[in-house]
Design a binder for this molecule. Sequence first.
Ligand SMILES: [Zn+2]
Length: 92
Amino acid sequence: MTLTPDVLRLLVAKALASRPDEMSCGECDARLDRFAEISLAGRDAADALPLVEEHLEGCPGCREEFEALMDVLRAAEREGQPWWRRLLARRG
Ligand SMILES: [Zn+2]
């Protein structure tokens, strides 16, 4: 294989497709409540935590967990029980 610019481009694209900073499910999970909190606050969670957003896009399991978390938080908001805000604030 000769390293023509085309081949190099291909290699770079391949390397980027499996980025080392990609998140594992555990790491995603650890940031999920923060991500949900930002979403609920009406801010751009994808912008604040792009790696979480990216992981959720590609991981149905974590996506499901996120949706479930959002359901719980939304229900608490509806019922005027923003207990989760205090919870998250305490955890920093
Ligand atoms: Zn995952």
